[in-house]
Design a protein around this ligand. Sequence first.
Ligand code: ADP
Length: 590
Amino acid sequence: MSRETVGGPTSRASSWSDAPSRDALQLIAEGVTKVAGFGIAAISVARSDGKLEVMAVAGSDEARESLQGRRTPLDQLSRELEKADDWGMFRFVPHERLDASAGEEWGWVPDIEPIDDPDAWHPLDLLTAPLYDDSGVLRGTLAIDLPVDGRRPGEAQRAVLNTYAEQARQSVIVALEREELADQVRMAEAARRIVRRATAQLSFERIIADSRDALLEGFRAAGMWLQTFDQDGHGEIYSADGREIALGPELVAIAEASARQAWEEQSAVVVAHDRTLEAITEEQGRLILEFLDSIGVESLLFTPLGAGPECLGNLVLTRLAGAPEWTESEATAALDIGHDLGRAILNARTFEREHQLVEELQELDTYKGQLIATVAHELKNPLTSVMGHLEMLESSPDLSGTTMTSLHAMERGARRMVRVIDDLLLLSKVGDAENPLIPVPVDLHRLVDEVVDLIAVAAEQKGLQIKVETPEDPVLALGDATELDRVCGNLVSNAVKYTPEGGTVTVRLCREGAEVVLTVADEGIGISEADVARLGTEFFRSSNPQAVAQPGTGLGLAIVRRVVARHGGRMAIRSELGRGSTFQVFLPAG
Ligand code: ADP
């Protein structure tokens, strides 16, 4: 294990949150003081920043206060140890050999007078056991001071001390490993949190871009790539740095099959020279290892991605030679991430499909608009000519009564066709994005008056009363006069058309804040809730037989809806079957 990884990547506070480790070290330190007969024992651990940190102290309160959590450079210890006598696990540096400043540097010098003896312990004597792990890396120290008998320890005492040093060595290694493991879990969990946040996005590329650093750091990986499978079993490969990953077709196939199996077993798998994937042939195993060698990777963590029963891809995190081995906790965290990313793939796919569908629908809508415009144009010219000829015929003398009746009927039919064609042309005009609105202030007051005047005869014939409630002054809206005239005309004519004899139609106009509100209310047949939801869809006519009995095309409200939308306004409809309807249009005030 390299020095950098000792004690985890972050420098930490002097007390461990891991109570069992702390207690174990404290117990050993206390054992040294009680059993081996020393006033003070301190156990330190080596930190990644090259410092020794005191983790457990046994002895006087004063010593504990002064030493606990103290950090001293490792180099300093190494310098002192060079001058030390070898006492088995312990190293002894008599005070005569210490640097003059050593006492200050080591921080705490017991306040004692050496006894009068050739073996007397001097307050500046240094007795420390450097604690190495099995690969020879210094992981900590056990330092002792203040022998109770005031003498440098003899052979027998040194043997006891050695036993404690060995115990301290084991405990320090275990404590550091536990700490390291806790760090790994924390880091992998942090990575998962970040990935989770990133998966709120809808583009898979963005999700990868946003989670990449978290994954590399959280898993201390040198590199990563992701493979996704689509419905046909072939997908895409995304690399961490955007560079292409040269996975040959055989490797892609192996990765895919292995991911499906790993998903089924719900496990993330480590692949290295001494561990390769299960259920693959020797030849396939060789291919994988060759590939790892070719990209200089020592080991990788292979995680399946999926949602529900479906495996959707795999995530590969790589480590280089000398990096620590993948742990169980990392594999578990990676699998959780596999679930998060799996869901993200599904979401991104759904979004993409919907997006495509919307685009197709838009294309279809454009096509429909063009078709309507073309057909309407083509019909308009011959119809104008038909109308002209009809008028000519009607004015010719000596026509019989029946001929006249037929001509009138033809003219009525032709006029109706002209109205439908005009509606179609207007509908395609107001739905055409390339024909933008050029808004000017329009006086809706005047417009309402004109519309009501025009319809007055028809209303009177039906015995309907039209009430107009408008302020005296002009009511200006920002928009196109012709289009707004049609909005008003269509709403008022519908109200008259769908209100039985004797009813009242009210047209109201007012200004509310930055908006102008046009209200057309009637006491007519009303519209069911289901039909209200569909109003404004081209060619939609209500299913109500009373409504169907009236002539109509289902274009009037579609025009209203489109005109209002392109004016940046909105519409509100309230209706009750058999009681009447209220249509309201809100437009930006001029
Ligand atoms: P049209 O009147 O030509 O059928 P519209 O687009 O103007 O087409 O209206 C669509 C449908 O909405 C009508 O067929 C009718 O069923 C219903 N409708 C519209 N206005 C009213 C109203 N004021 N009262 C009752 N139903 C209405």
